[in-house]
Design a protein around this ligand. Structure first.
Ligand code: DGT
Ligand code: CA
Length: 579
């Protein structure tokens, strides 16, 4: 089990214990242990293999929790957790995924209204029964109904980083067999969508039979749905389905186009092919001679060959959504400099132990330097974000000095002093101008009052953008993919104001956020907006999540010039200047 899985088990235990009304210290101990395991720079499994007693060194892990970690490492299960889960009706803990419901509220719903699952909750909301519980009312019911609808839409899909993790693990496993000549990820994961239903893998094997035997023996398999010579499907214990298709080398390119999709892109391509008297399918491109009733294969080995035969340029997978890319590929009008991961020269949004980060300023800056970054901004929270231990003016001034002091000790990466300043309900900023003007970079963000009506929310954000020190609007839609809908706002107005005021829009790369999303970015680009792809890292390893922002930017057709953290440091500094 990896650290994330161990941490998730501990968090679920904490939630379950809280619903049961158990000792608060015990609950806190599990939450703290989850955080500490998640923060480790090494995998618990590696630490254990090296020397089991080293697990005692993890902060907050006593004898009992250590034994639990060892059990998870050894048998990939935890009996205590399994037994605890059995105490709840099936589907009950799923309610924790509904926005606005924590363990405390869930306990009340269970005790007072006998709510056991999402369906029960939906019925109770519709009947107006929630007002029978103290502190809840008609409005709570309405909000929960909308949250339930949102939850249902996302159900059964995995976040991009989760799906990528499954895919990486299985590809690494397949490679070990030595039986594969080619392995490629296809489907929505290759296109970089923010959520993924199932993982599609395409391969060329020396022996298809052996390949399939090996595939269905993947150690994390929960069940095998289908096993055949060309296609097999498994479900892994995390609940995700993974399909493996074995194809001939001569058809690999055509199969890759077909199984990368999207379906709409494929349909468009087939139409183009037909107009040119070709037929295209997962085996290749075929020239059709109707009179002789004959088909001749003319392409299929490579993707490039397939597209070229149809008179198109090769099209980056992230663009294949039938959003104008087919027409552009036919007319030689695809973006020339679609942004790439290697273009990124720095990260402009990060947190440290000063607020809710897990690493010191020095640890974060050194991590950025190790990535080869030219610059790095430290942007901790302001005071209104209390749960994150946000700073007031005085603390921020001191923090600026600390950042500068650390920066002087580390050569080769320019450190920018910054803040993630909270946008208050009325659109004022949470830090006074006399401090904002001391900073290299000011990121403004909404962290509260997500439910304001459209007009109020829009005006609130526009007002914040009119502060002359703001450089970046962070996670502009405020959504969390699995649990929180985007704010209601007139985004066109926000994008326009961003251009007028020379403020960059953030593409926050956290897997739960991806905010702005691809569609919003593409729209904002039409207005001429500039973007910053930021990890919002709270730990050093999270800096690697930048890649999810890059694929999102590619899905929005963004080029290198549209993204400010591809610029050299001088150009970046000039771009950040306002007014
Ligand atoms: P997902 O799994 O919902 O996140 O999204 P995809 O795009 O991975 O969809 P999936 O797994 O159902 O199918 C993989 C690819 O296979 C899809 O992107 C295009 C191709 N494909 C699947 N079904 C059809 C179909 O009926 N017609 C065509 N033209 N292509 C299809
Ligand atoms: Ca898929």
């Amino acid at each position: 089990m990896n650290n994330k899985e161990v941490a998730t088990v501990f968090l679920r235990i904490a939630d379950a214990l809280e619903i049961k009304g158990e000792n608060v210290f015990k609950i806190r101990a599990y939450r703290r242990a989850a955080q500490n395991v998640a923060d480790l720079s090494r995998q618990v499994e590696d630490i254990y293999k090296e020397n089991p007693s080293k697990l005692n060194d993890i902060p907050g892990i006593g004898k009992d929790l250590k034994e639990k970690i060892v059990e998870m490492i050894q048998v990939s299960r935890l009996k205590y957790y399994d037994d605890l889960m059995k105490e709840f009706p099936e589907g009950f803990l799923e309610l924790l995924n509904i926005s606005g419901l924590g363990p405390k509220k869930l306990k009340k719903l269970k005790d007072e209204l006998a709510i056991n699952n999402v369906d029960d909750l939906e019925k109770a909301c519709k009947k107006g029964e929630l007002s029978r519980i103290e502190g809840m009312g008609e409005k709570t019911g309405q909000k929960l109904l909308s949250a339930i609808q949102y939850f249902r839409e996302k159900q059964g899909r995995f976040l991009l980083p989760e799906a990528e993790d499954f895919a990486d693990r299985i590809v690494e496993y397949l490679k070990k067999s030595g039986n594969f000549k080619k392995i490629e990820i296809a489907g929505s994961l290759r296109r970089g969508r923010e959520t993924i239903k199932d993982v599609d893998i395409l391969a060329v094997a020396k022996s298809a039979e052996k390949a399939m035997d090996y595939f269905v023996s993947f150690p994390s398999v929960k069940n095998v749905i289908a096993k055949g010579p060309t296609k097999s499907s498994i479900v892994i214990k995390e609940g995700a389905q993974i399909d493996l298709r074995i194809v001939d080398e001569a058809s690999f390119g055509a199969a890759l186009v077909y199984f990368t999709g999207s379906k709409a892109h494929n349909i468009k391509i087939r139409k183009i092919a037909k107009e040119k008297n070709y037929k295209v399918n997962e085996y290749g491109v075929f020239a059709v001679n109707y009179l002789k009733n004959k088909e001749t294969k003319v392409a299929g080995k490579t993707e490039d060959g397939v597209y070229r035969k149809l008179g198109m340029e090769w099209c980056a997978p992230e663009l294949r959504e039938d959003q104008g890319e087919v027409e552009a590929a036919l007319g030689g009008a695809l973006p020339r400099n679609l942004i790439q991961l290697k273009d990124i020269k720095g990260d402009l949004h990060s947190h440290t132990t000063e607020t809710d980060g897990s690493r010191t300023i020095k640890e974060m800056v050194l991590a950025a330097k190790r990535k080869g970054y030219r610059y790095f901004a430290v942007t901790d929270h302001s005071k209104n974000v209390r749960i994150a231990n946000g700073m007031d003016e005085k603390r921020l001034l001191k923090h600026i000095e600390n950042i500068k002091k650390t920066a002087r000790t580390i050569k080769g990466v320019k450190v920018l002093t910054g803040v993630e300043v909270d946008i208050l309900e009325d659109g004022k900023l949470d830090i006074e101008d006399y401090v904002l003007k001391e900073l290299d970079i000011v990121i403004a963000a909404v962290h509260s009052k997500f439910g304001l009506d459209k007009e109020k929310q829009t005006n609130r954000i526009l007002r914040a953008m009119d502060n002359k020190y703001v450089n970046i609007l962070a996670h502009p839609s405020g959504r969390l993919i699995t649990t929180r809908k985007p704010i209601q706002a007139d985004f066109d107005k926000i994008f326009l104001r961003a251009v007028e005021n020379n403020i960059c829009l953030e593409i926050n790369t956290h897997g739960e956020r991806i905010d702005l999303n691809d569609l919003h970015c593409r729209r904002a680009k039409e207005f001429g907006a500039k973007f910053a792809i930021n990890t919002d890292a709270h730990d050093a390893f999270e800096l690697d999540e930048i890649k999810y922002g890059v694929v999102t930017a590619r899905r929005a057709w963004l080029e290198k010039k549209d993204v400010i953290n591809t610029y050299a440091v001088d150009k970046l500094t000039r771009t950040l200047k306002r007014g």
